[in-house]
Design a protein around this ligand. Structure first.
Ligand code: PMP
Length: 350
């Protein structure tokens, strides 16, 4: 007799990770291509001496450092094993079977998986024809069963960002018992002064939680650490469903060290933003449609040509991320990596 696994898991789509192909440029996972800063490597090395001990469950030093930076009290911050774990914790903390999780689509591909694993119903709201979040559509999707709305800004994979004023108006109209998750995994790459600051919005509304990560701008994707900022009520609930010790001591110490190197990291983000403009303009020049991006990637809505573009890039030793039948997401890398991508894009005949 075989073991009994939940029958609905069979229908669950698997999370697809960007491929790593030795010898190819990887522009598939929205990582930064520059390696960790020397000061962060030093912190990791020091922390390695203590790995026979369990980490600090409360991540005290990291939470205190973040609280200081963000000018919030420590009861308004929870850390998680990557911000994806915090997305899961939010769903677990709010949804019972049959409850609804509303999110834009296309957006971060973990949302539907996390909703379904929790036994909740997924409610997808299509993007606008301009590849932006449809805030009116998200509002219209709310029912008495809605517990969570994910609002990803800048949106993965389209890169588009909301305007502060539009998000404010939206939040005013969401019932106060519904948790709004502002997924700001790419916030540090934003250059638009009109873009919202999710942490600021969490001060004004108790149902808003901002999620940020050390995986992207801070270059610590391999260490798995993110954080949530929100009302003590939400943060307490997130801590209740936290898998004990899931943020390692090494990750905690590296994150603290990164927070002391913000000037260097901001410089890196500014370089990526400059490259983002260059890559987008070059792609526009080649005739591609490219929505304006505020993240460290750009989106090519190639529809049925997406798989062919992906294959053509792979032949030219550039790994991008295709979403079949929809589009291709391309991470903005170092200048020479972007040059390789632009060369491949120029010779694509699909
Ligand atoms: N949110 C969004 C929008 C993302 O794109 C990602 C990573 N792809 C995450 C959350 C999760 O990142 P991490 O778990 O590495 O913090």
């Amino acid at each position: 007799m075989s073991v009994r696994i939940r029958s609905d898991l069979e229908k669950l789509p698997a999370y697809v990770a960007g491929r790593t192909v030795p010898g190819s440029v990887k522009l598939a996972s929205n990582e930064v291509s520059a390696g960790p800063l020397p000061s962060v490597v030093e912190a990791i090395t020091r922390a390695a001496h203590d790995v026979h001990r369990y980490p600090d469950m409360a991540a005290t030093e990291l939470v205190e450092t973040l609280a200081d930076r963000l000018e919030v009290t420590t009861d308004r911050i929870a850390v998680g094993c990557g911000s994806v774990a915090l997305c899961q914790q939010i769903v677990q903390a709010t949804c019972e079977p049959g409850d609804e999780v509303v999110f834009p689509w296309r957006s971060f591909e973990a949302y539907p998986i996390l909703a379904r694993v929790a036994g909740a119903e997924e409610v997808r709201v299509p993007l606008t024809p301009g590849h932006e979040l449809d805030l009116e559509g998200l509002l219209a999707a709310i029912t008495p069963a809605t517990r969570v709305i994910f609002v990803c800004t800048p949106n993965n994979p389209t890169g588009t960002s909301l305007r502060r004023e539009d998000l404010d108006n939206f939040l005013r109209r969401v019932p106060p018992e519904v948790v709004v998750v502002l997924d700001e995994a790419y916030r540090e790459f934003v250059t638009d002064p009109e873009a919202p600051d999710g942490v600021e919005l969490t001060r004004q509304r108790d149902n808003v939680v901002s999620l940020r990560t050390f995986s992207k701008a801070y270059g610590l994707a391999g260490l798995r650490v993110g954080y949530a900022v929100g009302s003590p009520e939400i943060i307490t609930a997130l801590r209740k469903v936290y898998i004990p010790f899931s943020v390692s001591a090494v990750a905690q110490r590296a994150a603290v060290a990164s927070l002391s190197a913000t000037a260097e990291l901001e410089r890196r983000c500014a370089e990526i933003a400059t490259e983002r403009t260059r890559v987008r303009e070059a792609l526009l020049e080649l005739g591609y449609e490219v929505p304006a991006s505020q993240a460290n990637f750009v989106w090519l809505p190639l529809g049925e040509r997406s798989a062919a573009f992906d294959a053509h890039c792979a032949e030219n030793r550039v790994v991008v991320r295709a979403f079949a039948g929809d589009g291709v997401r391309i991470t903005v890398g170092a200048p020479e990596e972007n040059d390789a991508l632009l060369k491949a894009a120029a010779s694509f005949q699909g």
